[in-house]
Design a protein around this ligand. Sequence first.
Ligand SMILES: NC(=O)c1ccc[n+]([C@@H]2O[C@H](COP(=O)([O-])OP(=O)(O)OC[C@H]3O[C@@H](n4cnc5c(N)ncnc54)[C@H](O)[C@@H]3O)[C@@H](O)[C@H]2O)c1
Length: 437
Amino acid sequence: MALKLSVIGTGYLGATHAACMASLGFDVVGIDVDESKISQLKLGKVPFFEPELEPLLAEQIASGRLTFTTDFSAIADCDVHFICVGTPQMKDGLAADISYVNASLDAVAKIVKSGALVVGKSTVPVGTAMRLREKLLSINPAADLAWNPEFLREGFAVEDTLHPSRLVVGVMSDSAENILKEVYAANLAEGTPWVRSDLPTAELVKVAANSFLATKISFINAMAEICDASGADVTVLAQAIGYDPRIGNKFLQAGIGFGGGCLPKDIRAFMARAGELGATESLEFLREIDSINNRSRNKVVEMAKRELGGSCEGKRVAVLGAAFKPNSDDIRDSPALYIASQLKVAGADVVVHDPKAIENSKKKYPELSYVDSVDELLAGADLVLHLTEWKQYREIDPVHAKSLAHGAIIIDGRNALDMNAWSSAGWRIHAVGRTSR
Ligand SMILES: NC(=O)c1ccc[n+]([C@@H]2O[C@H](COP(=O)([O-])OP(=O)(O)OC[C@H]3O[C@@H](n4cnc5c(N)ncnc54)[C@H](O)[C@@H]3O)[C@@H](O)[C@H]2O)c1
């Protein structure tokens, strides 16, 4: 008989994981403490934007394999429980708040059946899994716990879940590994690399990977600073170094840096954990990565103020993009909204457009103005900021845009627009690490 799975925490990660596992033929119960989220999911509605997820979710609910609940007793008969709850940054420090992980383990430990496997997917400080396993076994010695970190990218979450780049399984027993091999049989059949490790290594793989990615982005942003100081072009530099396969050309786009619900909080939590382990020095470089990242945002704020002649009062600033990255409505730690709100504080009349993230943005930044169309956004703008690289923004006709705007000045915070096309259309265009045109 096919395994029955539960997915605890049905946010970006959990809702995707639940729908994808159901599509592989498993019976899946998604469970969350957020009743409104569960009511929407029950109706086949995804409470956030993720391409391809909603049709998959609706299809799996209709198949009868996928259900949602807020009642933990409804998952007591599951063979595998995936913990996918949030691990945000603590309000008063750099560390991760793992209270949701602790609460979900407590809840599942009460109902888990003998022989079942609890599998952590949330990103947690190293050492968490071992502690949780001890707790679980103290309540039910016949259950087990493994850690299976998640590497999906928002915007590609369905594809990444169904066809991951690798599967990392931190286990303490062969039987735990065998259960996970059954869950991921389809991936194994298509040759997905399988890495078995102990629990701390599995936890560390995730934060090490995110630290490397963050480092790559801040590295190119540091190069952009040097290019700005020396008159070189960071986009050509990135292209040229990227041809070296040891470097690669991904994640080398200079701009306003990284944001979202993972990279910033993960590197900070990693530093905090290193401190607790007496290894502060080992991750001291991440402090610099974080500060380069923050500087990248602030540089665009300063550039915008300069372009507005030193005073933002009464100036209309049009912001293209609010989500932390395209193909997502996630605004957690969004560089775009940070820049928009800083300019608002400085007195500008800031108007924001985003194809998917307006509703989330309105809740968190009610002081900003929002419009539904790019034409409305550009109308009368003294300054345009391109801050999230949605495809539709690259397709804006600069000639048409100029007929709408007031100022014909644009800052490309993502180095994604065609500088020549915009400058030929009469715009003054700035981008980090490149000479303005
Ligand atoms: N979003 C991503 O792209 C991504 C990728 C890889 C890893 N992760 C990691 O996955 C975890 C979840 O991230 P997310 O983006 O899905 O977060 P999220 O905030 O979108 O979702 C977390 C969900 O957990 C629920 N929850 C909290 N406490 C609960 C409890 N006790 N029982 C049941 N549900 C509970 C919340 O209501 C929420 O719906 C984090 O550790 C994150 O770092 C996220």
